[in-house]
Design a protein around this ligand. Structure first.
Ligand code: MG
Length: 296
């Protein structure tokens, strides 16, 4: 099943779709977070109202516009990306140990596909994209072994871990440079785990203005999804609704020679097979940023 947060005639709803074309509004849940806490059995109520996802009356939002907590991120979790990041700034990105790098990302508001990525040009001179597989937790996890990790996953989504490289390197710690308003586009939907055979191995790509920049497969993760859940849950509870961004492959702008960072008007499309395509346009317009900040 594919789960959406969408606006229909101006009102936000949680909706479920089997084919990604026609979605059924699940009125039992006010928000996706509530659905993730309560759980969903995968059945669509007989009287559920159907909407056409391509209809002009429907706006697809981020599946989780307001994550309950910061998004947990993995840094340098594809070997080819480790190499290019170190080439950009050895001090900021060198990784000597095989243990995963965790950091977090503040998400005041996650925007969906079709929305803007604010340029933040007054403080950011090096805006970059990172396509990532997002893991959404559906069942509380504490002290969970890798072999049992799948039980605790609700599903998967696409995340663009937008990054201000100059802030990431200047402040040594990545938090600020990853957490500017509008830096976590997500979507278009969450695909439930039962759509995949075990832990999914999916092709992941990014296009900038139609040019292929990133292309890999999630099987290339250095620390795999079950191991990520085992390590994190060995000491911290992962609540339903927790989002884990599993890291990005090579091909980001800072890895290019010379780097070609994002600029006003660029279209960034992050896509993962069998999940979907997340398309956003970079905008220097202060009104676009203010609109994102005003969405409650
Ligand atoms: Mg990242």
């Amino acid at each position: 099943m594919r789960y959406y947060t969408l606006k229909h005639k101006g009102v936000a709803h949680v909706a479920a779709s089997e084919d990604g074309k026609r979605a059924y509004i699940l009125r039992a849940y006010l928000t996706m977070n509530i659905m993730l806490i309560k759980g969903h059995d995968g059945n669509i109520p007989g009287l559920a109202e159907a909407v056409d996802l391509a209809s002009p009356n429907v706006e697809i939002l981020s599946p989780i516009p307001h994550p309950r907590q910061d998004v947990i991120c993995l840094g340098i979790n594809y070997a080819d990306h480790a190499k290019e990041a170190e080439g950009f700034d050895r001090e900021a990105f060198s990784k000597e140990k095989p243990d995963p790098i965790f950091f977090s990302k503040r998400v005041s508001y996650s925007q969906g596909t079709g929305d803007v990525i604010p340029l933040h040009g007054d403080i950011c001179d090096s805006l970059d994209y990172e396509a990532e597989l997002g893991v959404v937790i559906g069942k509380e996890a504490y002290n969970v072994k890798a072999a049992d990790a799948l039980d605790h996953i609700f599903g998967y989504t696409v995340i663009n871990d937008v990054s201000a490289r100059n802030l990431q390197t200047r402040h040594k710690q990545w938090y600020f440079g990853k957490s500017l308003d509008g830096f976590t586009p997500m979507g278009p939907c969450i695909v439930s785990k039962d759509e995949f055979d075990g832990i999914p191995e999916l092709d992941i790509r990014t296009y900038v203005n139609g040019e292929l920049r990133q292309s890999s497969n999630t099987r290339n993760l250095i620390t795999g999804i079950p191991e990520i859940i085992e390590i994190l849950s060995s000491g911290m509870t992962l609540a339903p609704g927790t989002v884990i961004a599993t890291g990005t492959p090579s091909g980001v702008a800072m890895g290019m020679d010379p780097p070609v960072f994002l600029k006003d008007g660029d279209e960034v499309a992050c896509e993962i097979d069998n999940i979907g395509r997340l398309v956003n346009t970079v905008s220097a317009d202060p009104d676009a940023l203010a609109r994102l900040q005003g969405i409650k």
